[in-house]
Design a protein around this ligand. Structure first.
Ligand code: ADP
Length: 468
């Protein structure tokens, strides 16, 4: 099984930088070598041609025009000079008589020149296919051919010791350049990697603190790298969400505990006094205990209800239904409460149809209307309206009830939160009605808002997006 080795970002960046530099220089080396070799080859071939021409024109100049004779010392000078350039020449007059021959002059030297060049070429390129070549040129003076010269050389081209030295030095420079650049790449890569990875490491450390439950910690990383700022901001948002969730969880636990405390304390004290024989367990007392157990079990079933509502798999069964008819039906179902409290209910229902989950919207309206009736004193009024904009449908329930204080307003949509601190059971609720309203509105991609003034009344508005 192949195990993946985990390397840190710094190592990876340095290695990538180094690999890139080496690759670049290797390619550059191959390219430069290939180009250079070709150029150098052409240059050497041109140089051989140029030298041949020089030899021919020198010989033409050495021919003494006045008495149509060769100057013999001059011929030797030209021949020896040509040997210096690794060219083996043989000069003949027009009759074919050899006037000067390099192989006669110094046969050992000629052989060693050819041998040396063959070795140079073989060492430089083992596949080089070359050997002794000879070219013959006429020597012409004043339109008249006065002789000829055969120039022997190692062909098709040859590199002298100097040429080989030049090529080797160039390659050495290239190699040195690669090594220096690789060293610079390592240093620069390591620096760059550290520069890039340090803020990430700091964000990781800060995120680690948050992961340990320090939700109030924030990352204050100052960076001019957009992604790092975004990462820090995402982690901060996450911490904020976790912190809010944590506060909600604590508050929920406190609210549930608070709700459970009263009935369980009542139940406990009632049973204790009955065990101690202070109270007789008569029907009325047992009934009172029974009521407390009903309160506890109602609370537990409410808790269950909210958990069920908040389950991720809440599926909305959307349909187009008559919203006006639904509101009229709900109002009718509260007829008794309305009559008992002499509440004046008005309805301004300008939106007839709505596409949504009818059952869930019914639950939303029931909760809002029941709260309005619950928290509105006798002879008050409740106004139910529907309205619409191009984007959404609005359902509002406005009452002239007790209102909600500013301190309570931010929390009323939390599960089991009740603004009335005495937890007076007279109103009967357990504090989950609005949590359900909020959840169902949001499940429809909508929202619920509240405006309230203590003593004057409250207005709850549910906004639901129109289905396209
Ligand atoms: P409850 O079952 O206690 O009514 P809700 O979640 O429906 O639970 O409401 C939460 C709290 O918000 C209530 O306990 C009450 O204090 C406050 N509240 C809700 N609706 C109104 C209203 N129309 N007028 C005044 N207070 C309200």
């Amino acid at each position: 099984m192949i195990r993946k080795i985990k390397c840190n970002l710094q190592f990876k960046l340095t290695a990538a930088f180094l690999a890139f530099t080496l690759l670049l220089f290797s390619l550059l080396g191959i390219f430069v070598n290939f180009l250079l070799e070709k150029q150098f080859e052409n240059y050497i071939i041109d140089k051989i041609t140029q030298k041949n021409n020089e030899i021919v024109s020198n010989l033409e100049m050495r021919y003494t025009d006045s008495d149509w004779k060769w100057e013999e010392a001059g011929l030797e000078y030209i021949g020896v000079n040509a040997l210096g350039d690794s060219l083996i020449i043989r000069i003949s007059n027009v009759q074919g008589t050899v006037l000067w021959d390099a192989t006669k002059h110094d046969s050992g030297m000629c052989a060693s020149i050819l041998q040396n060049l063959a070795e140079n070429m073989q060492n430089h390129n083992a596949a080089f296919n070359g050997g002794y070549k000879e070219k013959t040129f006429d020597i012409t003076v004043g339109q008249k051919v006065v002789g000829s010269v055969s120039i022997g050389y190692f062909g098709p081209y040859y590199y002298t010791d100097n040429d080989i030295h030049f090529l080797n030095s160039l390659n050495k420079f290239l190699l040195l350049g690669t090594l220096i650049t690789a060293a610079v790449a390592i240093v620069f890569g390591a620096f760059l990697a550290k520069w890039l990875s340090s803020p990430i490491s700091r964000v990781i450390r800060a995120a680690g603190q948050i992961a340990q439950g320090k939700y109030n910690d924030r990352i204050h990383e100052k960076s001019n790298t957009k992604e790092i700022l975004e990462l820090a901001s995402s982690v901060n948002t996450l911490a904020e969400t976790l912190s809010k969730q944590e506060i909600l969880r604590k508050r929920l636990t406190a609210n549930v505990a608070h709700e459970l405390r009263t009935p369980t304390a009542n139940l406990q004290s009632h049973i204790e006094v009955m065990i101690d024989g202070i109270w007789k367990p008569d029907a009325a007392r047992l009934m009172s205990c029974h009521e407390e157990t009903i309160r506890i079990s109602k609370l537990l079933s409410d808790l269950e209800k909210t958990t069920r509502f908040e389950a991720d798999n809440l599926i909305l069964k959307k349909e187009t239904f008559d919203l006006t008819a639904l509101i009229l039906k709900i109002t009718k179902s509260f007829e008794n409460d309305i009559a008992v409290k002499h509440i004046h209910v008005t309805q301004e229902l300008s939106t007839r149809y709505l596409t949504a989950d009818k059952e869930k919207i019914e639950q939303v309206i029931v909760n809002l209307v029941s709260n309005a009736l619950k928290y509105t004193p006798e002879d008050g009024h409740v106004d139910i309206r529907t309205d619409e904009t191009s984007e959404s449908v609005l359902i509002s329930v406005d009452d002239s009830g007790i209102g909600i204080s500013n301190e309570d307003l931010p929390f009323i949509f939390e599960r089991f939160y009740r603004a009335d601190k005495s937890r007076n059971r007279a109103t009967g609720g357990s504090g989950i009605g609005l949590a359900i309203v909020k959840f169902l509105a949001e499940a429809h991609s909508g929202a619920v808002t509240v405006e309230s003034k203590p003593g004057l009344g409250s207005k709850f508005t549910v906004t639901l997006p129109k289905e396209r």
